[in-house]
Design a binder for this molecule. Sequence first.
Ligand SMILES: Nc1nc2c(ncn2[C@@H]2O[C@H](COP(=O)(O)OP(=O)(O)OP(=O)(O)O)[C@@H](O)[C@H]2O)c(=O)[nH]1
Ligand SMILES: Nc1nc2c(ncn2[C@@H]2O[C@H](COP(=O)(O)OP(=O)(O)OP(=O)(O)O)[C@@H](O)[C@H]2O)c(=O)[nH]1
Ligand SMILES: [Mg+2]
Ligand SMILES: [Mg+2]
Lengths: 290, 288
Amino acid sequence: AIFQGLRKLFSKLRGRYIDEKELDNILKNLQRTLIESDVNVNLATSLAERIREKVLEAKIPTGVSIDTIVMRVLYEELVKFLGEKRYSLNIQPGKRNVIVLIGLQGSGKTTTAAKLAFWLKRRGLNVGLICADTYRPAAYDQLKQLAEQISVKFYGDQKERDPIKIIEKGLKELRNIDVIIVDTAGRHKEEKGLMKEMQEIVDKFKPNEVLLVIDGLIGQRAYDQAKAFKEAVGEIGGIIVTKLDGSARGGGALSAAVAAGAPIKFIGTGEHIEEFEPYDPPTFVCRILG
Amino acid sequence: KELSESDLTRILFEFELNLIAADVAASVASEISKAVLNKLKGQTVGRFSDTRKLVLNAVREELSQILAIRPLDILKKIQEQRNANLSSSQWKPFVIVFLGPNGSGKTTTIAKIANLLKKSGFSVVLACSDTFRAGAIEQLEEHAKRLGIRMIKREYGADPASVCFDAIAHAVAKKIDVVLIDTAGRLATDVDLIAEMQKIVRVSKPDIRCLVVDALMGNDLVVQAELFNNGVGIDCSVLTKVDADVKGGAAITLIHVTKKPIEFIGVGQKYEDLKKFEHEWFLEKIIG
Ligand SMILES: Nc1nc2c(ncn2[C@@H]2O[C@H](COP(=O)(O)OP(=O)(O)OP(=O)(O)O)[C@@H](O)[C@H]2O)c(=O)[nH]1
Ligand SMILES: Nc1nc2c(ncn2[C@@H]2O[C@H](COP(=O)(O)OP(=O)(O)OP(=O)(O)O)[C@@H](O)[C@H]2O)c(=O)[nH]1
Ligand SMILES: [Mg+2]
Ligand SMILES: [Mg+2]
């Protein structure tokens, strides 16, 4: 499916000799397409440059036409960029696994916590949810109501102001659970106190997975924010992109994945619990390439 | 010398990328670039004049014209309505409906504006017309409690428009100055949810329909702003999360697409984190 989209882009490159001007034109169009899909400007530019270098230095075997080379290089670079396979969650069977959700304000963490819980429950796992958001009014109520909707165990403490204490207590209370999903407060990189708190949560509980939840509508600022989140927690296990039920192409979320050095693992496709699915690279690539 | 179109195009392409990197939507950056090209091409300038500088000034001029849209001055309108109410036998509360995409900051913005109104001496009642999202009623209720104001609600699953009806009836009966209506987040591409919003507006007949969007949104802001403006109609906007180290281009996109002013910006999560929109600040951030 990826090749179909690329073939359209490269139908002009028939013939043996690489016309640098033609190649530059094509790469400029690719760059524009990516940027219109919200891909970070610097990222789109460096991708185009890398493809250009690789094509120009490629040793072309006899009988192979130029457009095939360009296609192959583009495919390789895009796949590095966009991911080529589905990555699964780092969940170890037979043990208790802890997943922590982090992200910017309003990205969809709380809703996604419930969606992920439901998805895992459907697969036969025992799941628990912990509300470790001590800032947002009624964060406790929101996650508790969602947990009740999907009949999943819930722990929270409306009186406790320290998320670390809540998680500690929650881990003790939620017994015989295969996966515990911890919902945290929204934060951005300028809120130094909150970034530090997030770092402390990850350092203390050493979760099996730290998942960064990214709004599918986010634009150019996604890259820097994701980079800051990655620097704060050390390693991000995966990305969940939300709100892809709209018209947003998702290039911002993709840029965040590159910045965080993490694969996209799931996508949210609506406000309802079941609107959640594992990430499928070909579909996403077609979306990005318009 | 005459400004060459190829020189201009080359320089403008660079400016376009800079605008996009400053959070302006790609299609809007492209329109600004074309406007500047049409303005400058073929112009005769001094032999040693700096083309780049001319382009910069022309771009700045375009941005400034977009940003300098006249604000509604909501507080003034509310005061005028209150004065009219006090000298009339009829009480007509000032109604503001807040709408926008999921998670943009509507509920928090309503709490901030309620705080501002209360500090300015007005009486306020909140209406929780989000009868869908988990915890929506409790969230607004907590804000109402902290602010010491009343919130009108119904149960989850109730018709959102019916809550508006109740809240306005309450405001008329109790002679409350302002009704702030919170609605559920929605993507404007959802035809049914736009229809639901149209009904809320039909029933509540608001004085102001306020679009709330966050400053981190990318190119889809063009689509969302257009669909909300054309499908429901808006009178102004609030741009939130400006404190998240944004370059501010979303303000350009928002005003350019809706042709409506940004009344306030959100600069944090606390009640005092609400500021009047200042176009000089945005101009400097985007092109300074
Ligand atoms: N359309 C759509 N809406 C979504 C999706 N995921 C979440 N939402 C909505 O996005 C809004 C924000 O979701 P939350 O789960 O409260 O976001 P959050 O990241 O927990 O927010 P904070 O805790 O305040 O940072 C809600 O209205 C959700 O219903 C999605 O995939 N599609
Ligand atoms: N940093 C920052 N966060 C904000 C700002 N405005 C709102 N938020 C945060 O954004 C998140 C979402 O805010 P809400 O008020 O719940 O957003 P909403 O539009 O009502 O969300 P839905 O009703 O689910 O669509 C919360 O964590 C708020 O604290 C702002 O100006 N700056
Ligand atoms: Mg949350
Ligand atoms: Mg809300």
